[in-house]
Design a protein. Structure first.
Length: 330
């Protein structure tokens, strides 16, 4: 009997839940291992991993990634119930796939998986993954979303757990000229992750509002808005009540890099086309309750974000606490 036959027999053979075989035992496409498909799942074997069954939605995720030739490699476990009793998982050579009825099946791997494991897996405050590992918009970082937060990773920061999320919508009248929107969002992910705040980039929309493209922001005082800001911020469209909307405009009048004063119940900010790489993160910082400081090491410098001296700029602990307490993170 092959190792696959031994595993199959241990699971009850043709009378067990796997049901009858639908293929012979075959050499896997990578030329290293063997597999056999059954009516309700598969058994995969390789010399280094042994023989393990994989089935259902977890098998579906693994298949969608490319089976044993994906970064996951071969299964190291059968499908197993999680310690919290809610979900199921298979560990693989290169990561894991976790499934629950509420979240579906998602892979988690590498340093992000290591961070999640160190926190206690699904029993941590994060809960289960709700995404596969994703790339930041500028491809310099990675992140996985979970039920109650996210884990961000970049070469400079390592893996950071985020316990709250700001849901961000971009509405573009004029695209920025010095740094792309994707660059600004990626920078925001980077600096916010150090404050335990994740970023969900929920939507992008082009707006054709030429009369508001050089928007009058008055003195840009929090809690006070002009008629033009009121008109502009009425365009929330798909955004939820506590979501933050950033409007990219050609300019503000008078000229600022951005302005974070917003009408009641319409959280958001404007960012001008000449903005710095950190303007968006800075303005949303104001929306989340942060005030200016006189320190160019920090995101909330009031001396101009072009003058930030140590990218990524710092968000200090008390600022992180304010952001986590904001009604615009959850
Ligand atoms: Zn400011």
């Amino acid at each position: 009997m092959s190792d696959i036959d031994v595993k199959y027999a241990a699971l009850g053979g043709s009378a067990g839940w796997l049901g009858p075989a639908t293929t012979a035992e075959l050499v896997a496409p990578d030329g290293i291992g063997h597999y056999r498909h059954y009516r309700s799942g598969s058994i995969y074997w390789s010399p280094s991993s042994g023989a393990h069954e994989v089935h259902g939605a977890i098998r579906g995720k693994w298949a969608s990634l490319g089976w044993e030739r994906s970064f996951l490699g071969y299964p190291l476990t059968d499908e197993t119930t999680t310690p919290d009793g809610v979900g199921r998982y298979n560990h693989f050579q290169g990561g894991s796939v976790y499934w629950t009825p509420a979240t579906g099946a998602h892979e988690v791997h590498g340093a992000i998986r290591g961070k999640w494991a160190s926190m206690g897996w699904e029993r941590s405050f994060l809960g289960y993954p709700t995404s596969d590992e994703l790339s930041t918009e500028d491809s310099t970082g990675r992140y996985s979303e979970f039920q109650h937060g996210s884990i961000y990773w970049s070469p400079g920061t390592g893996a950071l757990a985020c316990r709250e999320t700001v849901r961000l919508h971009v509405k573009c009248l004029t695209a920025p000229t010095r740094f792309s929107i994707n660059q600004m969002i990626s920078n925001m992910r980077l600096t916010y992750a150090t404050a335990q705040v994740g970023v969900k980039y929920a939507s992008f929309e082009l707006l054709n509002l030429p009369a508001l493209n050089d928007v009058d922001v008055g003195a840009c005082t929090m809690g006070t808005v002009t008629a033009e800001q009121t008109q502009l911020f009425a365009n929330r469209n798909s955004a939820g009540a506590n979501d933050v909307v950033v409007y990219f405009v050609r300019s503000t009048q008078p000229p600022f890099n951005g302005c974070a004063s917003f009408p009641a119940n319409r959280p958001g900010a404007v960012v001008a086309s000449g903005a710095s790489a950190w303007t968006m993160a800075h303005e949303v910082g104001h929306v989340l309750g942060l005030s200016h400081v006189s320190d160019n090491n920090r995101l909330m410098t009031g001396l101009g974000t072009d003058n930030i001296t140590n990218p990524p700029p710092d968000i200090i602990a008390s600022e992180s606490a304010s952001m986590l307490a904001s009604s615009f993170t959850n």
